[in-house]
Design a binder for this molecule. Sequence first.
Ligand code: TYD
Length: 136
Amino acid sequence: MSIDRCQMLELPKVHDPRGNLTFIESEVHIPFPIQRVYYLYDVPGGSDRGGHAHKTLHQFVVAMSGSFDIVLDDGKNKKRMHLNRSYNGLYICPMIWRELDNFSSGAVCMVLASSKYNESDYLRDYAEFMRERWHA
Ligand code: TYD
C-alpha cells in the first residue's frame, strides 16, 4: 500500500458560538470500523513516538489539542504531515512506517484503530518492514 492512500480527511464541524462540535462515525467519516481509541498526551518536548508499521491495522489520527508531525514512509516515498486541527485527521493504511515528532506543549494525539491491541500486528524493525513490504 502506498502513502498516496494516506490522506488528511476533513470531519464534520458544527459551528456554534458556544463552541464548535466535531463528530466521527465508524465507517462513515473514516474508512474502517473503530474497535479501539487511544491517545498520547504529556509528551515531553523533543520526544518521538511511533517508529513502527502495522501489518493489517488501519488508523485515523487527530490532533485533539496542540500540534505534531507524522512522517509516513512506504519504503519508497516519505511525506511529512502537520496535524494541528481537531476537525481533520490523517488516515493511515496498513504497511506504512510512521514516526511522530515535533509535539507542541500540551499536544494530545488521539488515534482511532480498526482492531484491538495486538503486538503481533506490529513491525518494529525497519529492515523487517522493508522485507515484508517489498519481498513478501
Ligand atoms: P506503541 O504503539 O509502541 O506506542 P507509539 O506508537 O505511540 O509510540 O505502544 C507503546 C506501548 O503501549 C506498548 O508497549 C504497548 C502499549 N499499548 C497498549 O497496551 N495498548 C494500545 O492500544 C497501544 C497503542 C499501546
